[in-house]
Design a protein around this ligand. Structure first.
Ligand SMILES: Cc1ncc(COP(=O)(O)OP(=O)(O)O)c(N)n1
Ligand code: 3NM
Ligand code: MG
Length: 221
């Protein structure tokens, strides 16, 4: 949400339980309505993640979609997250930048963004999760995939044992389980010790995104 301080964003991220990654829905042309529905169902953080069939969106289209999401976040008091690109996060005044293991290094992203943007990291092993829980400049991390997922083809799934290991290790940093999570599998994710989740298809693929988000959010304390 525009205008929040870094401290306010970090507090909201700590309180966040349901994080949604969505594509720009250019084929349906319903991004604003979809985002309003998902956010009204209780999504706390929304990320534009559009890898497209022909590769990631060009910056101009990405920024146009992010502006739509920024307005929806402002309407619902949610956090706006940008995937991969620090320059784009700066341009749209995002709250969050999410970086994977092969993305721009965190110190360089911090050089672009300063301290008032929250930075998250993807992790896929205990060693990476341990590193992300200590690395300077990282505010939160995600761990997974919990199950193999067509949303991230080719990525091996460490599965719930990794979620369990991260939960047992304990960390002061907020962390989210990701990958293959839906309403049916959520109890297993919670049982493994996660309290926050990231989803894509469970909401983007739902006939009623508000109801799908509400059903997930209602089971996340
Ligand atoms: C919230 C969140 N968690 C994980 C990812 C995955 O990031 P990454 O490994 O860099 O893969 P891509 O999404 O860039 O394909 C994410 N984007 N968001
Ligand atoms: C974008 C992404 N990152 C992952 C990781 O493990 O870092 S798994 C994933 C895709 C999650 O999509 P769905 O909820 O549709 O399975
Ligand atoms: Mg990435």
């Amino acid at each position: 949400m525009p205008g929040l301080t870094g401290e306010q964003i970090r507090k909201r991220l700590d309180d966040a339980r349901l994080y949604l990654c969505t594509d720009a829905r250019e084929d349906r042309g319903d991004l604003a309505g979809f985002a309003d529905a998902a956010l009204s169902g209780g999504v706390d953080v929304i990320q534009l993640r559009d890898k497209g069939a022909d590769g990631p969106l060009e910056a101009k289209r990405e920024i146009a979609a992010l502006e739509v999401l920024a307005e929806a976040c402002a309407r619902h008091g949610a956090l706006l997250s940008v995937n991969d690109r620090a320059d784009v996060a700066l341009a749209v005044d995002a709250d969050v930048l999410h970086l994977g293991q092969d993305d721009i290094p965190v110190p360089l992203a911090r050089r672009v963004l300063g301290d008032d943007v929250v930075i998250g990291r993807s992790t896929h092993s205990e060693a990476q999760a341990r590193a992300a829980s200590r690395e300077d400049g990282v505010d939160y991390f995600c761990t997974g995939p919990c199950w193999p997922t067509p949303t991230k083809p080719g990525r091996d799934a460490p599965g719930l044992p990794l979620v369990r290991a991260v939960a047992e290790a304990g960390t002061a940093r907020p962390w989210f389980a990701i990958g293959g999570i839906d309403g049916e599998r959520l109890p297993q994710v919670l049982e493994a010790g996660a309290t926050r989740i990231v989803v894509v298809r469970a909401i983007t693929g739902a006939e009623d995104p508000a109801a799908a988000a509400r059903a997930l959010r209602g089971r996340l304390a």
